[in-house]
Design a binder for this molecule. Structure first.
Ligand code: SF4
Length: 405
């Protein structure tokens, strides 16, 4: 697991700064203004580190402890001599590399990776607030005023690679940004028109406001991931711990359909929903025929989920039949179906083609048992914070002959 934040000794800054980490390649490409880039001294060959290069109008200079390992002896004073911001990153040097976007925070003396080039799980984090309180929420909400994130995200979008294949927009509940969410998506359509944007929302605000209409035609590759946990209001409202949520989410889904949006339904496989999975699938097929994709997802064992293990956990080894039935019913009707967060050895082989490597690289790990497994390269593995309590009894390395079978 590669963390997204590290301690850093930061000087020359009076407020947080967002910068594109640059090596010689990014300098040569000239895609970003120098003042929005930070020269990554760690990435430079020593003979390329000239006073002229360091003297350019970089937004910041990035090094590591000890500086003597990064900068030639004769130039040790150089990073500080210009008075520009300087940050020495501590910990794992792989935490950030040229192409990534870093936020340097002089108050906390920390550097946070806001975009990691080549990662499969980059997120535009919209807000800490949420209007639901889901039993298995992996990011427990905080009711803080954070509308400042709208401008922050627009600034971040400026620094993300135009070739980035996909970004999630998540929170908290992104629609709480209101028009601000549409501004962020519009910003992406200018700078990232080829990037697949995936807004993860509970959909509850979309049916009672004009917000959904604002997304019609706004970005060519925009989809919405909306969770639905039951075919009955009481079940869905219980899982999201919010009275009225089921009706609001359905109204939101119809508002998105009216705005010609592409929709994925997300079902986290918690015990109460599993017990009515067949009915939920029937409900989706009958009432939401415009849905393109259904994702059936294993639980992320962090946040509120940890406090609700008994209410939520079902061993996937015990629900193979329900899972197979749901996938068959959905795929036979032409919907795309994906299984997220479910290792291969705990689902029937007939479902392997639906399983995705869905866990973001930075929080993805494997168990010791996986070392001997013939399909590790295509298995999604586990969240780094998985514990035995959240691990299926069926985990067994796949042997080579079984993989081929
Ligand atoms: S043993 Fe590990 S790598 Fe192999 S299928 Fe199971 S979880 Fe995946």
């Amino acid at each position: 697991m590669l963390p997204l934040e590290t301690r850093a000794e930061i000087t020359g800054l009076t407020s947080p700064l967002l910068v594109k980490l640059a090596g010689l390649t990014e300098l040569a490409e000239g895609q970003y203004p120098l003042e929005r880039m930070a020269l990554d001294l760690r990435s430079l060959p020593r003979d390329a580190m000239t006073p002229e290069l360091l003297d350019l109008r970089w937004g910041a200079l990035i090094g590591a402890h000890p500086w003597e390992d990064v900068v030639p002896d004769g130039m040790l004073a150089q990073p500080w001599s210009s008075g520009r911001p300087v940050a020495a990153l501590q910990g794992d040097s792989a935490i950030a590399k040229p192409g990534d976007v870093l936020e340097l925070d002089p108050y906390r003396q920390r550097a946070a990776v806001r975009y990691r080039r080549g990662d499969n799980g980059n997120v535009l984090f919209a807000t800490e607030r949420c209007n639901s309180y889901c039993l298995m929420c992996s990011q427990p909400p905080r009711q803080v005023e954070d509308d400042w994130r709208i401008q922050h995200l627009c600034d971040l979008v400026d620094l993300i690679d135009a070739t980035e294949p996909s970004l999630a927009i998540s929170g908290g509940e992104p629609t709480l940004l209101g028009d601000g969410l549409a501004s962020v998506v519009a910003k992406c359509s200018g700078g990232l028109p080829d990037t697949h944007l995936h807004v993860l929302s509970n959909g509850r605000l979309l049916g009672s406001t004009d917000l959904a209409k604002q997304f019609e035609g706004i970005h060519p590759h925009l989809t919405w991931g909306i969770p639905l946990y039951g075919d009955h209001y009481a079940l869905h409202d219980y899982v999201v711990q919010s009275e009225g949520a089921f009706a609001q989410t359905l109204r939101g889904l119809y508002a998105l359909e009216a705005a010609r949006q592409r929709i994925e339904i997300r079902i986290v496989l918690v015990k109460p929903s599993l017990e009515r999975l067949e009915a939920l699938v029937r409900f989706i097929l009958r009432n939401l025929p415009f849905v393109e994709h259904v994702a059936l997802m294993g639980i992320e064992p962090i946040g509120f989920a940890k406090a609700h293990h008994a209410a939520l956990w079902a061993d996937p080894a015990d629900y193979s039949a329900q899972l197979q039935g749901a996938v068959d019913a959905l795929s036979h009707r032409g919907l795309d179906v994906s299984l997220y967060n479910l290792p291969l050895c705990i689902i029937p082989k007939s479902l392997w083609s639906f399983a995705r490597q869905s866990i973001s690289n930075w929080k993805n790990d494997y168990l010791d048992a996986c070392a001997a497994c013939a399909v590790k390269h295509r298995c999604g593995g586990f969240f780094s914070w998985v514990t035995p309590q959240w691990t299926s009894r069926a985990i067994t390395p796949i042997e080579l002959n079984l993989e081929a079978a």
